[in-house]
Design a binder for this molecule. Structure first.
Ligand code: NAD
Length: 437
C-alpha cells in the first residue's frame, strides 16, 4: 500500500518505519526541514530501541522516504496518517491547530479516494472537524478514521509491530476494509482490531492514558501514606499486584508520571469533561497529586542539609521521563533541577540518552557528566530521577569517596533498604522507611 505519514516525531517516525517494514511504500512528511534533512542522510532524529535496524533496512531498500513537501508526500497515497502534535492549549484543552491546519491543506491536493487517519491523540469530535475542513475543498471521495496510538516510548517498535489491540473508529465500510488490510500483518497472532465509531475511538485513547495515570497516582498516594504509617509500599505492590483484577503493572511508586502524553491527556480529558458540564473529580485529584509528587524528595533533601542548599552540589542520575527514551517532555528531573537551582544548589547531571535534549532546554545552568560516576565527583548528594537499568546495580565501591556524603535520594526505589543500610548510606526513597547510616 502507498502510505503518507504527516508529522515525523516519536509516533510518526515509528509508524512510518514499521509500515515500511511490512512492505508498504511510505513517505513521511515533516515541516521541520532540519529533521527531514537528517533523516534523508540516514540519521535517526530520536532514540528508540530497535528503530535503527528497521530504519536503515527500509531507507536502503527504498520503501521509506522523507520530505517537507505535503503535496509531494501524499501523492498517490491510499492512506494518510496524521501524527501531529496536540499540545495543551492555555485552557488545558488539546490544541488542534496542527491537525486542522494540515486538514485545510489536504482538501485541494487529494487526487483519489483516500483514508485520512487521525493517529494523534485528539478530543472527541475531532474526526468530524477534520472531515469538515477537508470537505470544504476536496474534489474526491475520502474518509476520516480515528486510529489512536498506544505505543510506549522506549518499546515503541515492539508495541507497534505487536500491538495488544488496534482501535479503529469509523462508520465507513470502505475505510474499514483498507484499515483491516493495512494492519493485518501486525495482528497475525490474533490480537484484535476493535472497530467502533470515531468518537468512541477518540475517547478510548484518553480513557486508557487517564486510567494508567490514575493507577500510578493511586500507588503514589499509598506510598505517601506508607511513609506516615511505617509500612513498605514495595510489599503492598506485591501484595495487591498478584490479584489478577489489579495486575502487576503500573504499580511502582515514584516521583510521578511525566512525558508527552499522560500529563497533557489527563488535562485534556478533564477539559472535555468540563466542556460537557461534567465534574470529573478523580482526574482533578490525579493532576494535583502528581504535580506535588514530582518534587517530593526536595523537602527531605533540604532538611538533610539543615534547610540550606546554597553552594551544595547535587548529582542527578536520569533526566528522561522514563528509561529507554531521550524524551524529556514533562520529565520530573526538569522540575527538580528548577527547584534545586532556586534553592541555590549547583547541579551535575547524567543520563545515557537525554543529555542533548536537556542541554537545549537548560543550557549551561547545569553541568553535564560523561558517566554516572563523574557526576558524583565532589557532589554533596545523589538524586535518582529515572530508573535506567545501569543505575540499578552501580559499582558502590567505585562510588566510595566520590560523593562527599553517603546520602541518596531515590525517586524510583531502585535499591533494597537492607543493602543500603549495610553499605552505610542514608537512603531516602518513596513509600519506604528512610535507611539511616
Ligand atoms: N509520544 C508518544 O509516546 C505518543 C504515544 C501515543 C500517542 N501520541 C500522540 O501522537 C501525537 C504526536 O506525538 P509525538 O510524540 O510523535 O509528537 P512529536 O512532537 O514528537 O512529533 C510531531 C511532529 O509533527 C511535526 N509537525 C508539526 N506541524 C507539522 C505540519 N504542519 N506538517 C508536518 N509536520 C508537522 C513536528 O515537526 C514533529 O516532528 C500527539 O497527539 C501525541 O499525544 C504520542
Amino acid at each position: 500500500m502507498k502510505i503518507a505519514v504527516v508529522g515525523t516525531g516519536y509516533v510518526g517516525l515509528v509508524t512510518g518505519t514499521c509500515f515500511a517494514e511490512t512492505g508498504n511504500q511510505v513517505t513521511c512528511v515533516d515541516i521541520d526541514s532540519r529533521k527531514v534533512e537528517k533523516l534523508n542522510k540516514g540519521k535517526l532524529t530520536i532514540y528508540e530501541p530497535g528503530l535503527d535496524v528497521i530504519f536503515e533496512r527500509n531507507t536502503k531498500e527504498g520503501r521509506l522516504k522523507f520530505t517537507t513537501n505535503l503535496a509531494e508526500g501524499i501523492k498517490e497515497a491510499q492512506v494518510i496518517f496524521l501524527a501531529l502534535p496536540t499540545p495543551p492549549g492555555e485552557d488545558g484543552s488539546a490544541d488542534l491547530k496542527y491537525i486542522l491546519g494540515v486538514a485545510n491543506d489536504l482538501g485541494p491536493i487529494l487526487e483519489n479516494y483516500t483514508v485520512i487517519i487521525d493517529k494523534s491523540t485528539v478530543p472527541v469530535g475531532t474526526a468530524e472537524k477534520v472531515h469538515e475542513r477537508i470537505a470544504k475543498n476536496a474534489k474526491v471521495e475520502f474518509d476520516v478514521v480515528s486510529n489512536p496510538e498506544f505505543l510506549r516510548e522506549g518499546v515503541a517498535v515492539e508495541d507497534f509491530m505487536k500491538p495488544d489491540r488496534v482501535v479503529i473508529g469509523t462508520k465507513s465500510e470502505k475505510a474499514k476494509r483498507v484499515m483491516e488490510k493495512l494492519y493485518a500483518p501486525l495482528v497475525r497472532q490474533g490480537n484484535p482490531i476493535i472497530f467502533m465509531d470515531e468518537r468512541s475511538a477518540e475517547m478510548t485513547k484518553y480513557a486508557a492514558n487517564a486510567f494508567l495515570a490514575m493507577k500510578i497516582t493511586f500507588m503514589n498516594e499509598i506510598a505517601n501514606l506508607c511513609e506516615k504509617t511505617n509500612a513498605n509500599v514495595d510489599d503492598i505492590r506485591r501484595g495487591i499486584g498478584t490479584d489478577s483484577r489489579i495486575g502487576k503493572r503500573f504499580l511502582f511508586a515514584g516521583i510521578g508520571y511525566g512525558g508527552s502524553c499522560f500529563p497533557k491527556d489527563v488535562q485534556a480529558l478533564e477539559k472535555t469533561a468540563s466542556d460537557y458540564d461534567y465534574d470529573f473529580k478523580i482526574l482533578k485529584s490525579v493532576m494535583k497529586v502528581n504535580e506535588k509528587q514530582k518534587t517530593k524528595l526536595m523537602p527531605h533533601l533540604k532538611k538533610y542539609f539543615n534547610g540550606d542548599l546554597k553552594g551544595k552540589t547535587i548529582a542527578l542520575w536520569g533526566l528522561a521521563f522514563k528509561p529507554h527514551t531521550d524524551d524529556i517532555r514533562e520529565a520530573p528531573a526538569l522540575y527538580n533541577i528548577k527547584e534545586l537551582r532556586k534553592a541555590g544548589a549547583k547541579v551535575v547531571v547524567y543520563d545515557p540518552e537525554a543529555m542533548e535534549n536537556v542541554r537545549e532546554v537548560v543550557g549551561k545552568k547545569v553541568k553535564y557528566a560523561k558517566n554516572p560516576y563523574e557526576a558524583l565527583q565532589g557532589a554533596d548528594a545523589l538524586m535518582i530521577m529515572t530508573e535506567w537499568p545501569e543505575f540499578r546495580t552501580p559499582d558502590f565501591e567505585k562510588m566510595e569517596g566520590t560523593l562527599k556524603n553517603k546520602v541518596i535520594f531515590d525517586g524510583r526505589n531502585l535499591y533494597e533498604l537492607k543493602d543500603m543500610k549495610e553499605l552505610g548510606y542514608t537512603y531516602f526513597s518513596i513509600g519506604r522507611e528512610t535507611a539511616k547510616a
